[in-house]
Design a protein around this ligand. Structure first.
Ligand code: ASP
Length: 301
């Protein structure tokens, strides 16, 4: 594994290897092949969980962490991606962890570089968020054992969510029964290209689900018309304890965060015992990111 750009480019056995290494770290394993290496965190979009857990993961592995401050960097003086990354490479950055609003940003940067640098995608636009899908998979496996044949329902702004797309790619690889539930304004242009069952009714969608995963409305990516329609999203799709208990009593409740309370979920459900899994997802993110950093760093940096 040289980079981690999306789930589609990972083989099933590589995913299994990441999960088993994450389990090793979760049990307190501390063997690291990346001690004294340097990870550069480059977040062009805001982040709490992903940024902090990558940083904690790197530090637990004994790495140095460089938190690149986009705002005070020479990007504002017009420096190109190529020059920025090549200079950072020469001052000993071993791996770049990048979040950016542009779909496919890492592939674009790589074509411009004269050196073979290592990248981890921490979320690009509405395209991919591979470490989120990996930590979600880890969490599902921890709770359910196997995801094969399990009904996994992803509810919300599928069109603009990189989390939904990376989860679909991963869950398809492992034979899960994936369902999406979204109003028309949150459906992608070609829903038929997604290997999943589509629903517009929340209760119908979550019936007998093994997992209900809620998505945040991606306000920062909506055009004016969709923003208007999204104003009534909570009326039909906000999940509460009673509905979850009635239609999917055994379901695990998940959410990648950040949560918008009272939009996709009620506060009482989020703060209930069911909502605890959402915090566990964040915790598992550290182990999964340790596994990813350790695997990439161990190859040929
Ligand atoms: N934190 C996730 C992401 O970066 C989910 C979200 O922001 O809604 O895509």
């Amino acid at each position: 594994m040289h980079d981690l750009i999306d789930i589609e480019r990972l083989a099933k056995n590589e995913i299994e290897e990441i999960i088993s290494k994450a389990e090793f770290f979760a049990k307190g394993g501390r063997e690291s092949v990346v001690k004294e290496r340097t990870a550069c965190m480059m977040f062009f979009e805001n982040s709490t969980r992903t940024h902090c857990s990558f940083e904690i993961a790197a530090k637990k592995l004994g790495m140095h962490v460089l938190n690149f401050d986009v705002k005070s960097s020479s990007f504002s003086k017009g420096e190109s991606f190529k020059d920025t990354f090549e200079n950072l490479h020469f001052i000993d950055v071993d791996v770049f962890v990048i979040r950016h609003s542009e779909d496919g940003i890492i592939d674009r940067i790589k074509t411009e570089l004269a050196y073979d640098l290592k990248f981890i995608n921490a979320g690009d636009g509405k395209r991919a968020h591979p470490t989120q899908a990996l930590l979600d998979f880890y969490t599902m496996k921890e709770k359910l054992g196997d995801v094969c044949g399990r009904k996994i329902v992803i509810v919300g702004d599928v069109a603009h969510s990189r989390v939904a797309k990376s989860n679909l790619a991963l869950l398809n690889k492992f034979g899960a029964d994936v369902h999406f539930c979204a109003p028309s304004y949150f459906m992608p242009e070609n829903p038929g290209n997604f290997r999943a069952v589509w629903h517009s009714d929340l209760k119908d969608a979550i019936s007998d689900a093994d997992v209900v995963m809620l998505l945040r409305v991606q306000n920062e990516r909506l055009d004016e018309r969709t923003t208007k329609s999204a104003g009534s999203y909570a009326d039909l799709y906000k999940l509460d304890s009673n509905t979850l208990e009635k239609y999917a009593p055994n379901a695990i409740l998940m959410h990648p965060g950040p949560v918008n309370r009272e939009v996709e979920i009620t506060s009482e459900l989020l703060d209930s015992e069911k909502g605890r899994t959402i915090l566990e997802q964040a915790k598992n993110g550290v182990y999964v990111r340790m596994a990813v950093l350790n695997m990439l760093g161990g190859a040929n940096v």
